[in-house]
Design a binder for this molecule. Structure first.
Ligand code: SF4
Length: 335
């Protein structure tokens, strides 16, 4: 056993306000953003400062989003009625899937069917999961996560908006900065009364054929930043999660799914709050640079990763600023 659950367990679990939480979407300062700060400052800037996103999600990613929605709907339906989220009550699942699919009805149909097959699969497995929260964001301050870390004072920065208007950003002390995580699901396993964070991973059976159907503890989740951030933030909220389960669901072909608690190396877990502090310090420096007109550096080591190309690769492949501006206007949504 990696963690002593008795040290973490409060006598009363916090009441989750599912109603105020959104369905789907990325965490506001979660593992991806913290990683992008150093993986590629330009990517961090485009995504989290400019809020510039690719138009037309690739089909495989959209299918993953739709399957997430179908699974979220199933678990939201199992919550006590007074805790069911507003997004769940707003419309029936199929209606939501067709909206999210943006007219790609075949994808909505496939996701709906996958959701139905998943429900059958959990029944056959006599699944003992009782949902505690569905699609919630959790937050913790650096002071809570890393109480012995070195603090730094808050500050203000003056910016000019693109139209030339002056604008101000106020930063709190470093210890008051917030780390977030958005969890697909937190459950209690009825048979042994342990709580777990569950993350749904939709998988393509052709591309991942060699991975699906077998599980290797030394694989991609054996040391995973998302896992570390989720566990430390949720535990800081007094929710005694025992660990992190990856649940894989095939998004194409014959239905299949499996579940695996992932190993969490103790040293890495203990080092995660310090790494979060470091990343936020770097992020604050990026903002200081921006206020002085210094552009975030592009890191060409990370343009193509395990999920395919970086969303901003078409911009970075352009030969000049005019082409970049044209590509941004054509291929991207901006607020
Ligand atoms: S394409 Fe490469 S350099 Fe450009 S934002 Fe993405 S990771 Fe950074």
């Amino acid at each position: 056993m990696l963690f002593n659950i008795a040290d973490l367990a409060p006598s009363v679990l916090p009441i989750i306000d599912n109603k105020t939480q959104g369905g789907g979407g990325a965490s506001s300062r979660g593992s991806h953003r913290l990683a992008d700060v150093t993986n590629c400052p330009r990517k961090w800037y485009m995504r989290y400062v400019k809020h510039c996103t690719r138009k037309g999600e690739p089909e495989f990613r959209l299918m993953g989003t739709l399957i997430h929605s179908a699974l979220a709907n199933y678990y939201a339906a199992m919550l006590p009625e007074e805790q069911q989220p507003d997004w769940f009550k707003e419309m029936p699942l199929y209606h939501r899937l067709t909206q999210e699919a943006g007219g790609k009805i075949a994808l909505a149909d496939r996701a709906f069917e996958t959701g139905e097959q998943y429900i059958e699969w959990t029944k056959k497995k006599k699944c003992d999961w009782i949902p505690y929260s569905v699609e919630n964001e959790y937050q913790a301050t650096l002071g809570e996560l890393d109480p012995d870390g070195e603090d730094a004072p808050g500050f203000e920065l003056e910016f000019r908006t693109p139209s030339g208007e002056p604008s101000r950003m106020i930063f709190p002390t470093l210890n008051e900065e917030v780390v977030t995580c958005r969890t697909d699901l937190i459950v209690t396993k009825k048979t042994n009364n342990t709580m777990w964070v569950v993350d749904h991973k939709s998988k393509n059976p052709e591309y991942h054929e060699e991975k699906f159907g077998k599980w290797n503890d030394n694989g991609e989740f054996a040391l995973d930043w998302q896992v570390l951030v989720n566990l430390m933030v949720i535990r800081a909220r007094g929710i005694p999660v025992r660990g992190f389960i990856v649940q894989r669901v095939k998004r194409d072909g014959e239905f299949d799914a499996d579940r695996h608690p992932v190993p969490v190396p103790v040293k890495a877990y203990e080092g995660a709050p310090g790494l979060a502090r470091h990343q936020i310090k770097v992020e604050r420096q990026h903002y200081r640079n921006l206020a002085q007109g210094i552009s975030p550096v592009a890191n060409y080591f990370n343009c193509y990763g395990r999920w395919g190309e970086c969303d901003y690769r078409p911009i970075c492949r352009a030969d000049n600023a005019e082409d970049q501006a044209r590509i941004i206007n054509t291929l991207y949504n901006r607020p």
